[in-house]
Design a protein around this ligand. Structure first.
Ligand code: HEC
Ligand code: HEC
Length: 388
């Protein structure tokens, strides 16, 4: 079905929240036929936006996956959704056998991957979804196997390595080497645009409700970035336009734009995870809060409920001692103050993972901002950061 989504409709949907009928508030056009509705969670977890055109036709990952055992899949950071498995399957399964991978694909049990399997067990279509990079599992069955945790950054997933395994790169060793170099938890969403190799961490897709701007450099709002990544990085079939990037991509039918409101609703529903019980010292954390708001001056940028001033200000790289390169590749040339809720969950820190731990990050700020914090103050500040 062809449908063009107007700005007005998007605004209307945003306000109307969870009810997901595209026609619901389109008062101007009552005679229009009902428009397809999209389930927010299913869109995030299972929709490929037609990116099989890239992952199957170009990368031929349908062939690659047939040679990969579940053990290897887990080793590159792919996750298995235990709730999609019939009971007893795992106990009986041979995780070293690629045939088991095919069984998992038939069950839609590999997080972030959608495949079609023919009667002879050959994989005819392979595509990826948002959940590939922005979900993980709780490891409740085994490492890499458990219940889905939507919105959690896939920090042990190695997307570059996964892409590099494609035979498409057999005669392109330099490109393959770039993808191989990224490592777990990182991806470069501009490499295929500007040829620069400087991957960034996969961020959480939770905790973004009420955050004014998305992405490390504050390129725009959630839907802008969802659109960009779905069309230009995942290979989804949809429209995307950006003057700054000199892109005007059109696809008929547009399998991306009509789903952006559903994705937005789902992402806005994902709350940051609370710190595990006993994971920080409450008294020290309370002292750390005063340091955060006082002597350490953190709150002048990490302000408000979401710990970010993104609504009003972006920051030059030197203000935080960040590597400036990534900012130069986007439109804003600056960095957005990162929201801090759930920060305990996803080391390392800063867009490029420059700081391995919260203590490393605190030492860094102490130097760059000339704070003169003593050791106890640093420890207290870290306890506070762990509590957010
Ligand atoms: C191959 C991995 C990958 C896939 C697939 C992917 N993303 Fe991302 N996503 C990233 C990376 C890397 C960034 C960081 C880019 C930046 O901030 O400049 C990012 C950034 C984001 C952000 C910004 C978060 C913030 O802190 O502001 C959101 C929201 C997001 N992605 C949602 C999605 C959605 C929805 C989809 C599916 C349409 C998707 N992503 C698919 C890797 C991925
Ligand atoms: C001048 C504004 C500013 C000040 C002051 C500031 N920050 Fe930040 N903060 C930022 C920006 C911008 C980023 C993103 C940097 C990057 O990704 O390279 C950031 C990133 C972070 C991150 C990493 C989040 C993540 O998910 O990677 C943490 C944690 C953090 N700041 C804590 C603090 C603490 C603690 C202080 C006080 C000692 C502080 N900040 C002071 C602007 C600021």
């Amino acid at each position: 079905m062809k449908y063009s989504l107007t700005q007005q409709t998007i605004g209307c949907l945003f306000i109307s929240g969870v009810i997901f009928m595209l026609m619901a508030c389109d008062n101007d056009n009552k005679s229009q036929p009902a428009v397809e509705t999209f389930d927010p969670q299913a869109t995030f977890r299972f929709d490929t936006f037609g990116d099989e055109a890239f992952w199957t036709d170009v990368l031929r990952w349908n062939e690659v996956v047939a040679t990969i055992s579940p053990e290897t899949a887990l080793a590159v950071g792919l996750k298995v959704d235990s709730e999609a498995l019939p009971s007893g399957l795992l106990a009986a399964a041979d995780l070293t056998d690629p045939a088991t991978t095919i069984e998992l694909l038939k069950l839609d049990a590999i997080v972030g991957i959608k495949a079609e399997v023919a009667a002879d067990n050959s994989v005819t279509k392979f595509g990826v979804t948002c959940a590939l990079c922005h979900s993980t599992v709780d490891d409740s069955v085994a490492p890499g196997i458990g219940k889905r945790l939507d919105g959690w950054p896939a920090r042990d997933l190695n997307p570059g390595l996964i892409i590099s395994l494609s035979p498409f790169f057999d005669d392109k060793p330099q490109q393959r080497a770039v993808y191989e170099s990224w490592g777990p938890g990182k991806f470069d969403p501009y490499f295929n645009m500007d040829g620069i190799n400087a991957p960034v961490l996969i961020p959480p897709a939770w905790g973004l409700k009420d955050v004014a701007l998305e992405t490390f450099t504050g390129e725009g709002q959630v839907s802008y970035w969802n659109n960009y990544i779905a069309v230009t990085q995942m290979g989804g079939q949809g429209n995307f336009k950006s003057d700054h990037l000199n892109l005007d991509i059109q696809a008929t039918p547009d399998l991306v734009t009509p789903k952006l409101p559903a994705l937005l609703v789902y992402q806005n529903s994902l709350e940051p995870p609370l710190p595990p019980a006993g994971s920080f010292d409450p008294a020290a954390s309370l002292r750390g809060k005063s340091i955060f708001e006082g002597k350490a001056t953190c709150a002048r940028c990490h302000s408000g409920e979401q710990f970010t001033d993104a609504g009003t200000t972006l920051h030059d790289a030197q203000e935080t001692g960040s590597d400036p390169l990534y900012a130069t590749r986007g439109e804003t040339k600056q960095y957005r103050t990162t929201p801090l809720k759930g920060i305990w969950q996803h080391p390392p820190y800063f867009h490029n993972g420059a700081h391995a731990t919260l203590m490393d990050l605190t030492e860094h700020y102490d130097t760059v901002l000339g704070l003169g914090l003593v050791d106890d103050e640093k420890t207290d500040l870290v306890e506070y950061l762990k509590s957010l």
